[in-house]
Ligand binder design. Structure first.
Ligand SMILES: C[S@@+](CC[C@H](N)C(=O)[O-])C[C@H]1O[C@@H](n2cnc3c(N)ncnc32)[C@H](O)[C@@H]1O
Length: 217
């Protein structure tokens, strides 16, 4: 785990008790309803792998429609809350690093990660996708979704690095301040990311989120 990775986990550990407030904002409800419906459709009857599940907000929709599900996160605090979610009896929760998913997690026919790719440094995207695809059956569908740049109204980008990664400064309720890597890949960047490893892409821009799917080759 890199130093940046440690600080990201520390941030989400402290934020875990009230993380779900992001899903209560009225202006996000229409998008969230669309995303839930689409996720349920894509994960129905699949053997599902979820990466960076956090408190299990999306797990609670995917697990009941799945054939089986493993939901992973690298931070124990949100994962402990995810384990308390109702309707998740079909899901197994496992502490695991997205870049080094253990081979013994299983073999999956679909995978998704919500609000995670934005935290992956541009240079580590191939490592993340490789880690996931190693556990997938050929033809598996991968679903990624994350915040649109509308989120920057709350947390403006304060810094960028030579690779093009962008950073926000976020203050938590306990007063601690955290520099958080938060990228906003556009459609072209997502298409480039799967060049040679994915086919049949689908991109959907919503108001507050983007949605991206592809099939592994
Ligand atoms: C923005 S939250 C998203 C949570 C959830 N997927 C959602 O959409 O509500 C990002 C999550 O990534 C997790 N995380 C941070 N570094 C990770 C890593 N290296 N591997 C897996 N998960 C990680 C954090 O613990 C946190 O729960």
């Amino acid at each position: 785990m890199t130093a940046a990775g440690h600080s990201m986990r520390a941030y989400y550990a402290r934020r875990a008790p009230y993380y779900d407030a992001v899903y209560e904002r009225p202006e996000r409800q229409a998008d969230l309803a669309w995303m839930r419906q689409r996720l349920e459709h894509q994960m129905a009857d699949q053997r599902v792998l979820e990466v960076a599940c956090g408190t299990g907000y999306w797990t609670q929709f995917a697990a009941p429609v799945s054939a089986s599900m493993v939901a992973t996160d690298a931070t124990p605090e949100p994962l402990a809350l995810a384990r308390l979610r109702p309707n998740c009896s079909r899901a197994e929760f496992v502490l695991a690093d997205a870049y080094f998913l253990p081979p013994n997690l299983g073999r999956f026919t679909a995978a998704f990660a919500g609000l995670w790719l934005s935290h992956v440094p541009i240079g580590r995207r191939p490592a993340f996708l490789t880690s996931v695809v190693a556990l997938l059956e050929p033809g598996a569908r991968v679903v990624l979704f994350d915040n649109s740049t509308v989120q920057c109204r709350d947390f403006p980008v304060v810094e960028s690095d030579a690779e093009g990664n962008t950073f926000q400064q976020r203050v938590l309720r306990d007063g601690s301040s955290h520099r958080v890597l938060k990228n906003f890949p556009d459609e072209a960047a997502l298409m480039a990311m799967i060049d040679g490893v994915g086919v049949r892409p689908r991109y959907q821009m919503l108001e507050n989120f983007w949605w991206f799917e592809y099939t592994v080759t």
